[in-house]
Design a binder for this molecule. Structure first.
Ligand SMILES: [Zn+2]
Ligand SMILES: [Zn+2]
Length: 372
């Protein structure tokens, strides 16, 4: 083993006891010093050495443990191992650019000052590195929203990255004088501008059966609403004009959809921007939407009659049997595969003609289907 007190100039490690089983010191990689301690068993076997690292080092070396273990097993002596450790560390630092740049102390003091003036009650979360913050905001209807702010090491010179559950990206002009309070203020403005949009969607979500999206986020502007058994309407609401007539698309069997479409076209002029979207849709389509208080979701069964699932990858059951007493929906792929397997089906170009698996009335399916 080593006899010298100082193992090498860099890294600088000193034995802490007479038996030289514990070494303590620093290892310098890319101008950063990391505290390190190595303990050896009484027999000085390197294989059983234990490495004690500071948390920064631990974080850097996570994922490299198998390599280190292997090096410990094969290194002829402690000095060689420490040099190998240095090489591994250099590699680790290069592959993790975020670890290379630890912000200067002013970064942290500035952040604390800014949080104090913003109010700590607005802070929901901060990570251990003080890089990612989650700020809380409330809109006029009392809905809570979260803004995730990712700070760059040279904050506030460089603009932080802000992400929130909004129907459009969070945007703000940034100067080095901007602060967290500016970001939060901007966030509240966004929330205020969207309050009416979210109220319109909340009303739909509470009073109707929404088939899609399954779990709407605050960013989702689309809803597919059940109208009846296997009939639905898909609306795309403009977040900036949430009371205007949205883009509508009726889905279901032709015999049900056609009269609804006729009403929609005939009554469109009745759309009243002072009323909510839901009320307007009731008036224009002259229907009552089934709601959770009046209908079970199962009575609006929209599952595919072949695979019994609603969603197949991203596809929904949009092929519907046109027989008025049936109206069973199917996934396009499921229906195509089903008809292809029947000896009675016939194909013409990419269209298959066959019988509905439910009512045996004629049904067709295209491979490349046109959306309604
Ligand atoms: Zn299916
Ligand atoms: Zn049928």
């Amino acid at each position: 083993m080593m006899d010298s007190q100082i193992m090498t100039e860099n890294p600088l490690l000193l034995p802490l006891n007479k038996d030289k089983t514990v070494y303590d010191g620093f290892i310098t990689v890319q101008e950063r010093d990391f505290r390190i301690r190595i303990s050896l068993p009484p027999g000085h076997q390197l294989k059983q050495a234990k490495l004690h690292c500071c948390w920064q080092l631990k974080r850097l070396l996570s994922g490299y443990q198998p390599i280190l273990k292997q090096r410990l097993h094969h290194a002829p002596d402690l000095v060689s191992f420490i040099l190998e450790l240095k090489t591994v560390l250099e590699l680790a630092m290069r592959s993790r650019p975020d670890c290379q740049t630890i912000p200067p102390p002013q970064y942290y003091s500035q952040l604390i000052t800014e949080m104090q003036s913003l109010g700590w009650d607005k802070l929901l979360f901060i990570d251990s590195e003080f890089r990612t913050l989650k700020l809380q905001g409330e809109d006029s209807a009392g809905r809570k929203h979260i803004l995730t702010v990712k700070l760059k090491p040279n904050y506030p010179d460089e603009a932080p990255e802000c992400v929130a559950d909004l129907p459009f990206p969070f945007l703000m002009s940034w100067t080095p004088q901007s602060t967290l309070a500016h970001i939060h203020g901007r966030f509240l403005l966004h929330l205020e501008g969207l309050a009416e949009f979210w109220s319109a969607l909340d009303e739909i979500d509470e009073q109707t059966w929404v088939l899609e999206p399954e779990k709407p986020s605050r960013a989702d502007a689309m809803r597919r609403i059940a109208i009846g058994n296997n009939v639905s309407i898909k609306v795309e609401i403009d977040p900036r004009h949430p009371k205007m007539l949205p883009d509508c698309c009726l889905l279901g069997a032709e015999h049900v959809v056609t009269p609804l479409r006729t009403k929609l076209n005939a009554n469109m002029h009745l759309w009243n921007p002072d009323c909510s979207i839901l009320q307007n849709m009731r008036d224009v389509l002259e229907i009552e939407f089934p709601s959770p208080s009046t209908h079970e979701k199962s009575s609006l069964s929209a599952e595919c009659g072949i695979c019994y699932a609603y969603r197949l990858e991203s596809a929904i059951p949009d092929q519907v049997c046109n027989d008025p007493r049936c109206g069973q929906p199917f996934h396009q792929v499921c229906l195509y595969e089903w008809l292809r397997g029947l000896p009675t089906s016939r194909q013409s170009f990419n269209v298959l003609f066959g019988e509905c698996p439910y009512c045996s009335k004629p049904i067709t399916v295209k491979m490349a289907v046109q959306k309604a």
